[in-house]
Write a protein that binds this ligand. Structure first.
Ligand code: HPA
Ligand code: MG
Length: 213
């Protein structure tokens, strides 16, 4: 089965973002952020559309959702909610189960060599099912998941960074294509900080220094 690839919402390299003064955000992060690159409301609106696209493509299959923690939890929760909304309001309801896996590969704002998969030792429940995975660092995980022989695998990612010479696999459903900058918020962290921020923001140098380990 082939699905049309719908290109994501593109945020250009010269996009300066919105001033933080235009939105509300936790006071404990004042000075730690440069700008809001994607406001929370826009994330929610785009996620609603991704749910629509997923339903159009997979509407006749049961869905096994594999959420990639920790950074993917908010996107996964919101995407699953939107899929539920659509499913409950149509006569094509989709049975859906949700599972969690944890990946860790970043220290400060650098990707480290070793990718740890936690909680994914037994994914045998995936056999013969369709999956929509959410999160980042998908390549290693896909290999791991494929070994369990699911009928269909679809990857949904909120963000894809524009990187030159990328050999990484592109998710089937992408929310936003963004400049290659380190971003935080909406569950994305810098050393575990900023997950409690609703907007997706660019961290400031002050913020990087403050939370460096
Ligand atoms: N922010 C947070 N975590 C990440 C990022 C990012 O920009 N890229 C990869 N992991
Ligand atoms: Mg992280």
């Amino acid at each position: 089965m082939m699905f049309a690839f719908i290109s994501p919402l593109q945020i250009k390299d010269d996009w300066p973002g919105y001033s933080l003064d235009l939105f509300s955000y936790p006071a404990h992060y004042s000075g730690d952020l440069d700008c809001v690159i994607i406001p929370h409301g826009v994330i929610m609106d785009r996620t609603e559309r991704l749910a629509r696209n997923i339903m159009d493509d997979l509407g006749d299959h049961a869905i096994v959702v594999l959420c990639v923690l920790k950074g993917g939890y908010q996107f996964c929760a919101d995407l699953v909610d939107r899929i539920k909304d659509l499913s409950h309001n149509s006569n094509r309801t989709i049975p859906m189960t949700v599972h969690f896996i944890r990946l860790k590969s970043y220290l400060n704002d650098e990707s480290t060599e070793d990718l740890h998969i936690l909680g994914g030792e037994d994914l045998s429940f995936l056999a013969g099912k369709g999956i929509v995975g959410t999160g980042k660092t998908m390549k290693t995980l896909l290999k791991h998941v494929e070994a369990f022989g699911p009928k269909m695998i679809k990857v949904a990612g909120l963000l894809v960074k524009r990187v030159l010479h990328s050999s990484a696999c592109v998710p089937d459903y992408v929310g936003f294509e963004i400049p290659n900058r380190f971003v935080v918020g909406y569950a994305l962290d810098y050393n575990e900080y900023f997950r409690d921020l609703n907007h997706i923001c660019v961290i400031s140098n002050t913020g990087k220094m403050k939370y460096k380990i």
